[in-house]
Write a protein that binds this ligand. Structure first.
Ligand code: PMV
Length: 321
């Protein structure tokens, strides 16, 4: 038997970092996806990364990359989803760049979880996939808010707060184009989150106001999305970027891209994800797209024109096929 599942990467449109301490955030699923196929095997559990070229067995040659998958299996047993674990091989493919703030580990964890539950013939729903996969994400980042896994599970535009996921009915206006710009600066989400939480502790009196502003910003962004107001959405992205700079996760590469994008006619631009490097998202329309892309080339390592994909996780071959 072989079961394959896919799940999307994500962009956070508003509210990263603030979401870790309970503020709301809005994220969108990307058309870039990870795929995990699970098939029968004799003699234990093996995980293979087809893109990165590693192959590991549970209980034998374990490296840190294996931790999130091991934790997902353990948690699925602890929570009673699986009464026993069969031997299997999981093969992973991903088109989502790693360490770029695009939710690659969450997408892999979600696709792995869906395939694992399906492979064992368990009855489950999206909330189970989200919950179990998030336990794997906890092995990758300290204190994940859960937004990456929620977006990879449900797809489309997601409003997320304190473990509550609301899939938005509204979509971005058709004329909206999002350009993901890779700063080329590698960073760790865990380190960025830790830095912000430490700053919060040191300056709580000030930070609580910044966090309140971030929550208001998300309410306004929801109105702008529902009202199809791209100009307002762009301005709110600029405000959000200002808050992210204030809490210490921007740097000169990011600021150069944001500043240049707006100078080149973008409606707005901001960090997406943990910052300190990683990716910037630029909001524009068809008319402005090429000029922005050309103008940003000196500052960027790469570009991904992004579309919000309505699909969350999907199981490609169910066990009955
Ligand atoms: O950079 P990413 O894709 O790992 O996104 C992190 C988003 C944060 O809000 C900074 C952390 C979180 O757990 O929500």
């Amino acid at each position: 038997m072989k079961v394959c599942s896919t799940a999307p990467g994500k962009v956070i449109l508003f509210g990263e970092h603030f979401v870790v301490k309970g503020a709301p955030a809005i994220a969108g699923a990307l058309s870039l996806r990870a795929k995990v196929c699970i098939e029968d095997r004799v003699g234990g559990i093996e995980v293979v990364s087809m893109d990165r070229g590693w192959r590991m067995e549970f209980g034998r040659n374990e490296l840190p990359q294996l931790r999130q998958f091991k934790r997902i299996v353990e948690y699925a047993v602890e929570e009673g989803y699986l009464s026993g674990v069969k031997s299997f091989r999981a093969c992973i493919w991903s088109r989502i760049p790693v360490g770029a703030g695009l939710g690659s580990s969450a997408a892999t964890a979600v696709a792995f979880t869906a395939s694992l539950l399906e492979f064992h013939g368990v009855s489950y729903g999206a909330s189970d996939v989200w919950r179990v996969s998030l336990e794997g994400e906890r092995e990758v980042h300290v204190n994940p808010s859960g937004i990456d896994n929620a977006t990879a599970t449900y797809g489309g535009l997601v409003l997320y707060r304190k473990g509550v996921v609301r899939r938005l009915k509204a979509r971005l206006p058709k004329e909206a184009l999002l350009l993901i710009v890779d700063t080329g600066v590698e960073r760790s989400t865990g380190r960025a989150v830790k830095h912000v939480l430490e700053m919060y502790e040191r300056h709580e009196g000030v930070f609580k106001h910044i966090y309140r502003a971030a929550s208001s910003l998300v309410s306004e962004a929801l109105k702008a999305i529902r009202g199809r107001d791209l100009v307002k959405l762009g301005e709110l992205m600029q405000l959000n970027q200002g808050l992210l700079r204030t809490i210490g996760v921007s740097n000169s590469s990011i600021e150069n891209i944001v500043y240049s994008a707006v100078k080149l006619g973008a409606l707005g631009a901001k960090i997406t994800g943990a910052g300190m490097g990683g990716s910037v998202i630029v909001l524009t329309t068809k008319g402005g797209f090429s000029a922005i892309l050309e103008g940003l080339k000196p500052f960027a390592k790469g570009f991904i024109p992004a579309k919000i994909d309505s699909r969350g996780y999907t199981v490609l071959f169910s066990r009955n096929n």
